[in-house]
Every structure is written in structure tokens, then in C-alpha cells.
Design a protein around this ligand. Structure first.
Ligand code: FES
Ligand code: FES
Length: 168
């Protein structure tokens, strides 16, 4: 099967039951996306596909042939970290770091959802354009990404700096 991972073609002879997460970790040698629960409950495996966030542990790789898969390893450019990666460092948005790749990919996907006007459970004004990333919106939209270290304050600060303050 033929994939596009972080902008590069990747061909793998895999079992059709292989998940995107196992494709990345066991075949492509990309260990950024983490296997936390392997059942869609923790968000540690979050990656981007054509800019949309997915839980890679629940996704069959065969369904993502020729789609553009981006992992945490693909976010930096020419050795320069993505602004959100840098913000996580500056705001201490992690402790052990296990959840961090998923948090960052998820937040980037979340920001794209906001730009597309996709409402969440807590969106009060469904006609608002664009939807404001309020603290409630941020917490609701990132609620699928758990952090066992409880680094939530730093995570929220980092995401706010990049996607809330930058929009003001
Ligand atoms: S490993 Fe995919 S959601 Fe937990
Ligand atoms: S930093 Fe350890 S789980 Fe989030």
C-alpha cells in the first residue's frame, strides 16, 4: 500500500487490519504518535489527515492510502519548530511528554475546525463566524486528549497563546 506521510511517499506491505497508529510506529519508524489506550479514549495517538485530526488507533491504514498524514515529526519546517511546539516548551505544557504529540496535533486540528465554523457542544451562537476560542470552547474541544501528568494549565496557556492571542 502507498501512503503519504509528512510529505513523503511511503510504501508498506501490511496486513489490511493494521491501524494508522501501527503503520506509523511499527512500519514507518515514527514514534511520535503514542499508543495510550489503543481504543479511542485518550487522544495520545492523534495525528492529522489532510489537516483533520483523527485518532490513529481507531483508523485502518487501508482507508488512508494516498491521503496526507501528518505526525508530530512533520510539523517543524527546516529545523524550526511549529509555533505550538515552541509554545508548549515556553509554557511547560508537558511533564512526561507522553500525551504531548497528540495534544499538539489535536490543537492544530481543532483550530482548523474553528476556522471552518464547526460548532462544539458548548458553542452558544451557532451563527457566529468565526467561532471564538473561549476557555470553555478550548477545554471542550480538547477534552478528548487526556494528560495523566495533569499539565493542563500549561497546555491551555500554550494553545491560547497560539490560537487565541494570535487571532486578536
Ligand atoms: S491510543 Fe488512540 S485514543 Fe488512546
Ligand atoms: S505530560 Fe505526561 S501525560 Fe501529559
Amino acid at each position: 500500500m502507498r501512503f503519504v506521510i509528512n510529505g513523503e511517499d511511503f510504501v508498506a506491505d501490511i496486513d489490511p487490519r493494521t491501524s494508522v497508529l501501527d503503520l506509523l510506529r511499527e512500519h514507518a519508524g515514527l514514534y511520535g504518535a503514542k499508543k495510550g489506550c489503543n481504543q479511542g479514549a485518550c487522544g495520545a495517538c492523534t495525528v492529522l489527515v489532510d489537516g483533520e485530526r483523527i485518532l490513529s488507533c481507531l483508523a485502518l491504514a487501508v482507508q488512508y492510502e494516498a491521503r496526507s498524514i501528518t505526525t508530530i515529526e512533520g510539523l517543524s519546517e527546516n529545523g524550526v519548530l511549529h509555533p505550538l511546539q515552541q509554545a508548549f516548551i515556553e509554557h511547560d505544557g508537558f511533564q512526561c511528554g507522553y500525551c504531548t504529540p497528540g495534544q499538539i496535533c489535536s490543537a492544530i486540528g481543532m483550530a482548523a475546525e474553528m476556522r471552518r465554523g464547526i460548532p462544539s457542544r458548548v458553542t452558544a451562537d451557532l451563527s457566529a463566524e468565526p467561532i471564538a476560542l473561549t476557555p470553555d470552547e478550548l477545554r471542550e474541544r480538547m477534552s478528548g486528549n487526556l494528560c495523566r501528568c495533569g499539565a493542563y494549565n500549561g497546555i491551555v496557556e500554550a494553545i491560547s497563546e497560539v490560537f487565541v492571542e494570535a487571532a486578536q
